[in-house]
Design a binder for this molecule. Structure first.
Ligand code: URA
Length: 186
């Protein structure tokens, strides 16, 4: 996928049939936000609300993410948000490696077009794909690494916080660190 325009990339993604998830999607969830963002968030895969609306992180987990963004004064419209998979896995099961392999070039192309300074993985699945296959989210969340010229970190997936609100405090600390780094990158 060499240097497509945004329009070409989005059209290719919306008509994609590279994996079986295309057969069960309502909408391809391409990604939203500022295409010149310095900060990009990458989640796992669309859920039910995202599949219905075509927009990432609009369900309960997305609303919790919005609250954390607000808490550290990052505007959602200033960042770009996408997922590893653009189509919803049935019953929100974990993405299969074959599905990730089929889909990952769309994300790579988005990153090339945006050229963000920072990429934040939302949850274990994105961190294992983008930072390290043996990433341990409980131990390593909030640690910063440099990969291919990008500053990268991972935070808990907001859905994990809904299941275990005791993690909220660590999430807030990680989000504060992200905001501080963001302010440094001007
Ligand atoms: N969870 C994700 O990982 N991505 C979304 O877009 C919504 C929920």
């Amino acid at each position: 996928m060499n240097e497509m325009t945004w329009e070409e990339l989005e059209n290719a993604c919306r008509s994609c049939e590279k994996c079986p998830l295309s057969a069960t999607r309502t909408n391809c969830v391409f990604g939203t936000g500022n295409r010149q963002a310095r900060l990009m968030f990458v989640g796992e895969a669309p859920g039910e609300q995202e599949d219905r609306t075509g927009t990432p992180f609009v369900g309960r987990a997305g609303q919790l993410l919005d609250r954390f963004l607000f808490a550290v004064d990052i505007k959602r419209e200033d960042v770009y948000i996408a997922n590893i998979l653009k189509c919803r896995p049935p019953k929100n099961r974990d993405p299969l490696p074959t599905e990730e392999d089929a889909c990952i070039d769309y994300l790579r192309a988005q990153v090339r077009l945006i050229r963000p300074k920072m990429i934040v993985c939302l949850g274990r699945i994105a961190a294992m794909r983008l930072i390290s296959p043996d990433y341990k989210i409980t131990k390593q969340h909030g640690e910063w690494v440099e990969r291919g010229g990008f500053l990268m970190t991972a935070v808990y997936h907001p859905a994990a916080l809904l299941r275990d609100p005791r993690k909220n405090e660590e999430m807030l600390a990680d989000m504060e660190s992200i905001k501080a780094k963001l302010d440094e990158t001007y």
